[in-house]
Design a binder for this molecule. Sequence first.
Ligand code: M6R
Length: 366
Amino acid sequence: EKGGYDHFMLKEIYEQARSIRDCLRGRIYAEKGKVQLGGIKEYADKIKNIDRIIIVACGTSWHAGLVGEYLIEEYARVSVEVEYASEFRYRNPIISEKDIVIAISQSGETADTMAALELAKEKGATIFGICNVVGASIPRITHAGVYTHAGPEIGVASTKAFTAQVTVLTLLAFYIAQVRGTMTKGKSIEYLTELTQIPELVEETLKCNDEVEAIAGVFKDASNCLFLGRGSSFPVALEGALKLKEISYIHAEGYPAAEMKHGPIALIDADLPVVFIATKNSSYEKVVSNIQEVKARGGRVIAIVTEGDTEVKGMADYVIEIPATNDAFVPLLATIPLQLLAYHIAVMRNCNVDQPRNLAKSVTVE
Ligand code: M6R
């Protein structure tokens, strides 16, 4: 049932071209510049008039929410807040009928996420779910929602569910943009056409596996690791760090790259690998200078770069290339080498990759 792979996690990492394709299927009309999300279409008027969206989630799903925040604010120009469900539910949050609260949950059973939604519903908000498991508790209590269609995820470490969540949030950003008229038709056509290419680019990205495995061999004995990125690559850094810590038990932290000099820079030495997401996008030059700062302090750098990059190649110790794509879609590709890095390091450390210690696939108690 692992389809020839050693672990479910690796199988699920490799399924991502297919799972993203399934997630996009029937939802994009690129030549018309239109997104169709059947599950929420009755709420188009509501969406047109909202002031803000609140996203609630835990763990990896919360990271997907942060990517969603960048996308929705950028393209649909609606203010988004992303909250840990466990904090939100106990904080007496300010919610009104004007809000849309969106829960993101692979399992659809996470206790805190469920409770946060119930609270929002009680206060009159419209509640949506972005879930993977069809018919789970969260999709049953929401007013509407969008399934991720990633298929069953067995590995405790979430991989294909994360990229499917990000895919749905990308679609949602363009859908809201369409409803609110914040994007021209020409731009929509351009973005959606590129989005339909993403499954192929994921396929391309997966070819980095052997290279990533070799890099894993170099860093497998590290006791700490830092992941840095800016913009929507910041949540990708958080996700890379979570993957590594949960399956290999190496302490890892994700940070916005610019925050480095506000504390973490004190940690930099030859024993602390620093993973940068340094793709060619709007914050590229700034990330390049962050890499220089790490190198100047004797740090060792692994960088995820855009194919053909020469500048970062000249300064990083190791680079992993991913195909060029629009800023909006970088998280879908940049996450993949980080999943593979965590996977190979965990295997080399003889860890139980699919069932890490102390963790459960769905957290149904708070
Ligand atoms: O099922 P959910 O998406 O609600 O689960 C939330 C988290 O427990 C989950 O994402 C967790 O962080 C993963 N094990 C991370 O790989």
